[in-house]
Design a protein. Structure first.
Length: 452
């Protein structure tokens, strides 16, 4: 930069300074207005858009794939693509140390490489071209971050296209820009072709990527939802031994634990002496010496941290008199005179609450499973007798009314259900109406059978 140019710049600076704004209050006021605007925008987004609720983090869940925040997704993708490069792709320190160092070094050295005193964008082609290629690359890497580099069928086509778009083309563009930094037209063409090629290849990748159905994760956010979720989980995993109300003192009908004496878990002796943290750990680890298996994924069980928390909350608000439970929704809609229940609306929630704890795979249940409508009608060692349309002697109806099923020698082959305590009369009535009216599955099927 010659002396004449320096003089012109200094004069322009002085003129701007004379009619410019002051740091206080002008600049501060603008910053406050902008900060307030951003705050209001975030408030509106949180109120009207929000984010989907996610389950509590569970370190024991080995199926979870950790991912960085969105603003680091491009780097996450870059490292994945770098691993696809032949030979050098396996040298991790090149991608994690050398490449970022070179990138930061280039950005640091640009002012020393591009020494033009002009600030007009038309005369700052090199730095602007570098930033265009970089920003386009960052955006495209972020958009394709969910696309695997290797397809499920083993194809590497998508990975190759992503590598060319995210690494090869930008690298070639940077080399050409520095090599021909004095040729404005060449730099413009290089930048344009690089950006268009990257966009085209990334768009092709996104178009060829099969859509993946988003897995819905139900997260209980309110206290009522947490108690209900805990009650459902308790019904499946705990009712078999402890009963639906936690009052069982002697286990019945459980293979290997028949006649075992236990402390009722709905008693003050348990609820007043065990903290929530201890209860969570007890459910997670179990009591192997007493026949209680571990339920936490950390110890080989099938329940997540959130699910165990829900069970603990259910126990507290249901049985601990120090906690006041909110009004919970009905297990099933009450039936009017002449109304026929359906499996979808009435039977399914009842079965989930009282039956699935025993009648699911891996339990001693005469091979009678009740996790689906088809299983209730077709499974079991006595499938032809379990539920018979219009027949009050169906084994299911007899056992839930306290009548065990005996063989020709008078020996019991099916005990009363549930073994610990009989169902309430209104629940038995639902089963009775359902079987006597042909076991309709949907609400529409049941409505067609109902009489005013």
């Amino acid at each position: 930069m010659n002396d004449e140019t320096k003089k012109q710049i200094n004069e322009r600076y002085e003129r701007k300074l004379e009619k410019g704004e002051r740091f206080w209050p002008d600049t501060i006021f603008k910053d406050v207005v902008m900060s307030l605007g951003i705050f209001v925008l975030l408030l509106l987004l949180a109120t009207f858009v929000g984010i989907p609720a996610e389950a509590k983090a569970d370190p024991s869940d080995t199926s979870y794939i950790p991912r960085p925040e969105w603003y680091f997704l491009f780097l996450f993708k870059f490292l994945a693509l770098y691993g696809q490069l032949p030979l050098i792709g396996k040298i991790e320190w090149l991608a994690t140390v050398l490449v970022p160092t070179i990138a930061l070094g280039v950005l640091t050295l640009i002012p020393f490489i591009e020494k033009s005193p002009h600030r007009h964008y038309g005369k700052r082609i090199l730095p602007i071209s570098i930033m265009i290629v970089m920003v386009v690359g960052i955006v495209l890497l972020t958009l394709t971050s969910e696309v695997p580099t290797v397809a499920e069928d083993g194809s590497t086509l998508l990975g190759t296209l992503q590598t060319i778009s995210g690494i090869v083309i930008p690298t070639i563009a940077y080399l050409l820009l520095f090599a021909f930094k004095n040729n404005t037209r060449f730099m413009l063409w290089t930048t344009g072709l690089a950006a268009v090629s990257m966009i085209f290849l990334s768009g092709t990748v996104l178009a060829l990527t099969p859509e993946k159905e988003a897995e819905e994760v139900e997260v209980a956010t309110t206290l009522t939802e947490q108690i209900t979720a805990g009650q459902d989980l308790y019904s499946i995993h705990c009712t078999e031994c402890h009963g639906d109300d936690g009052s069982v003192a002697i286990i019945e009908g459980v293979e290997g634990l028949e006649g075992e004496k236990i402390t009722p878990i709905n008693s003050r002796d348990v609820l007043y002496t065990i903290t929530d943290a201890s209860m969570v750990e007890l459910i997670s680890y179990g009591r192997p010496n007493a026949g209680m298996p571990p339920y936490g994924k950390t110890y080989g069980g099938e329940l997540s941290k959130s699910e165990i928390d829900y069970i603990t909350i259910f126990m507290r608000y249901s049985w601990d008199d120090r906690f006041e439970a909110p009004v919970l929704p009905e297990l099933f809609p009450p039936l009017a005179d002449g109304e026929v229940p359906s499996y979808d609306v009435h039977i399914q929630p009842i079965v989930k609450r009282y039956c699935i704890s025993c009648h699911r795979p891996g339990k001693d249940n005469n091979n009678y499973l009740m996790t689906t409508y088809e299983e209730i009608l077709t499974t079991g060692d006595h499938a032809e007798f379990n539920v018979i349309a219009g027949n009050e002697t169906s084994y299911l109806l007899q056992t839930i009314q306290g009548q065990p099923i005996l063989d020709e020698n008078g020996e019991e082959i099916i005990s009363i259900m549930p073994p610990s305590r009989l169902l309430n009369e209104n629940v038995v009535d639902v089963f009775m109406r359902w079987i006597m009216n042909g076991m309709p599955q949907t609400a529409a099927d049941a409505a067609a059978l109902s009489t005013p």
